[in-house]
Design a protein around this ligand. Sequence first.
Ligand SMILES: [Zn+2]
Length: 336
Amino acid sequence: MDVFTNQPTTAPTPEPTNVNEDNLLPQRCEELWFEDGSVVIQAENTLFRVHSGVLAAQSEVFRDMFSLPPPADAETYDGCAFVRVSDSAEDMKHLLMVMIKCDFDNIVLNGSHGWEVLRLSSKYMVSHIRNHIISLLRVMLPMHMDDYHLVAKMDSVHFWFSPLRLRNTTLISAANIARETNALKILPIILLQCCKWLTLQEILDGEKICNKLLKLSPENQRAVLLGREKLSIDVMTRVYSVLELTPRISHACLDKDGCEAFRLVVMNRLYELGYTHKWINPFCDFDEAFFCSDEELCKVCKVYYQQLFENAQRKIWDKLPPYFDLPSWNNIHHQS
Ligand SMILES: [Zn+2]
């Protein structure tokens, strides 16, 4: 595991060669600097002085590292063990804040921090934090269709608190981190959101933010491209096709002419959508899919179609992960 840099051990606080380079000297993180700490961790240009026992109790990686006797020429810092890691200072700070101060408050799940903590807690094998972050993320990215519909409704109402609107760059990072950390309980829904929100160009070429290009990993790219096509075909042939079932309208219909006219209008619109769009949301709300400004279903037919529609959707949802070449929900449920 690529946990630490393989740089040769050097003095942790190299002498500056030029006074103008003072700002390049490692800086202490005051929030995570304990005078009685036993290990100093350097991430980028930031130093954290913490207690090795606290880290070892939570992280298998730190436990293994601290259980080995240090080599004779091991670096030290101010009498403490010294560890240099290859992670960003900000990400390491967030992980240590959670490990040492149980500070989940600054973990912004709809931003990037939650994802980075997921990545680092997986890398350092801090299983209780990894599991906690995944359980928080699952509220936004639920494994059950009814929960997904509830979150999607909230998404459309509260734009600024829109759990599923992990769009573009955040979505791309989320997909890559979930894949990298094998977080299968959330990966299928993230890939579904990629199908929904990313354009074909963004799927292929990524998205630039602050001059940094973020791209889906090749594995995620393939999963999204193949998954969106398979889902689009199945939503046409298995969900919207309920409009062609027999009986075409309920036996107890209260307005046979009106409901038949509605059925034809909606069916034509949906097929037109299917032929002109490369992606059709398989889990859109019934009212949204069956909206028709000119016609209306009678209340009996509405219940009839809603049940058919949602049952068909549920069959697709139940097989959602394999659309992205992932294990079934059942196998994912049993993943630790
Ligand atoms: Zn009717």
